[in-house]
Ligand binder design. Structure first.
Ligand SMILES: Cc1cc2nc3c(=O)[nH]c(=O)nc-3n(C[C@H](O)[C@H](O)[C@H](O)COP(=O)(O)OP(=O)(O)OC[C@H]3O[C@@H](n4cnc5c(N)ncnc54)[C@H](O)[C@@H]3O)c2cc1C
Length: 287
């Protein structure tokens, strides 16, 4: 169950990250809870990750274990207009399941490459739609117990949730989530999905990335501020600020963490100089 070659780069969409103490790839939620309990009993630090699409690990050694949920069996069930999804379910799988069952909600969100656990922890949103618009309750493993918690009890918002404040010794683990969706015709749901896909293709670059680098400041677009600061096309080593969308940095040629760090700092400094606005990271950086 634990991989000996504990390199983090292959577990991330940007393809960067050094080694860690060990990587666990459980196949069920029961196995996941078992691993977490054992690590907690021994006071060993760990981080639970989803599809690794919002993470930038440094190339250094990371003194903690990583538990990836990507191999956990996906469980999806439906009752009326409620669906229950295991945290390992990708947003795209959630969309397919819901669309077939005539339930609207995931057709915009599914263009985000994360899974349910990662999307909730990172407060995923796009095209005016947030994962929290539909969330009803979560099943979590916290302080040694599996408990249910209603959305109204969770501190969450735009690209933020209380789960990101996780420390490395006893982080809360999201096991599954229940959503309340709206009934609609599958063909209409599919049409919205296809529209969103073409919007993304037109405005965002392909290539290895973690999505947007910075959050949008209130009422503004980080991409616009970066573009107006002349950052498109700037590069460092194997990393390059996309010509298509200035909030994306692409790992175009075996980039190192330092290449990304240089461009992130440069971009923040330029926007500060030009607009007096300090951009906040959207990507989670773990040094
Ligand atoms: C091409 C591209 C486009 C993107 N577009 C968007 C976009 O439009 N909107 C947007 O919001 N994001 C976007 N992202 C960023 C990213 O896909 C989202 O933030 C996504 O929700 C992260 O999910 P993940 O499963 O990859 O989580 P990870 O990156 O694996 O983890 C993110 C955080 O969640 C925590 N976590 C993961 N699973 C659990 C769990 N089961 N229990 C507790 N904590 C957990 C991790 O510890 C980490 O802190 C994009 C990324 C890419 C590569």
């Amino acid at each position: 169950m634990m991989k000996k070659e504990a390199w983090l780069a292959p577990l991330t969409s940007v393809g960067i990250g050094g080694a860690c103490l060990g990587i666990f790839l459980p196949k069920t939620n029961e196995e996941l809870v078992d691993i977490v309990e054992k690590l907690q009993q021994q006071n060993l630090p760990y981080k639970v990750i989803g599809n690794g699409t919002n993470l930038l690990f440094s190339d250094d050694f990371h003194p903690f274990f990583v538990i990836s949920t990507r191999k956990i069996a996906k469980k999806m069930s439906k009752k009326d207009n409620f669906v229950k999804l295991s945290s390992s379910t990708t947003l795209f799988e959630a969309y397919q399941f819901c669309m077939k069952n005539g339930l609207s909600g995931f057709e915009k969100l599914c263009s985000i490459p994360g899974n349910i656990g990662g999307a909730i922890a990172s407060g995923a949103s796009c095209y005016g739609c947030s994962i929290f618009d539909y969330l009803e309750k979560l099943t979590i493993f916290q302080r040694g117990k599996i408990v249910e918690i209603g959305k109204n009890k969770i501190d969450c918002g735009y690209h933020h949730s209380e789960f990101l404040k996780n420390n490395f010794l006893s982080p809360t683990v999201i096991l599954s989530a229940k959503f309340k969706l709206q009934k609609d015709q599958p063909c209409k749901i599919q049409k919205t999905y296809l529209n969103i896909c073409s919007k993304r293709r037109l405005s965002q670059p392909a290539g290895k990335s973690y999505g947007c680098t910075f959050k949008n400041p209130e009422g503004q677009s980080a991409g616009f501020l970066l573009e107006k600061s002349g950052l498109k096309g700037q590069s460092c080593g194997g990393a390059k600020i996309s010509e298509k969308h200035a909030n994306f940095i692409i790992n175009s040629d075996s980039a190192r963490f330092e290449d990304f760090e240089y461009l992130i700092n440069l971009a923040r400094k330029k926007v500060e100089e030009n607009f007096g606005i300090t951009l906040e990271n959207d990507v989670e950086i773990i040094k």
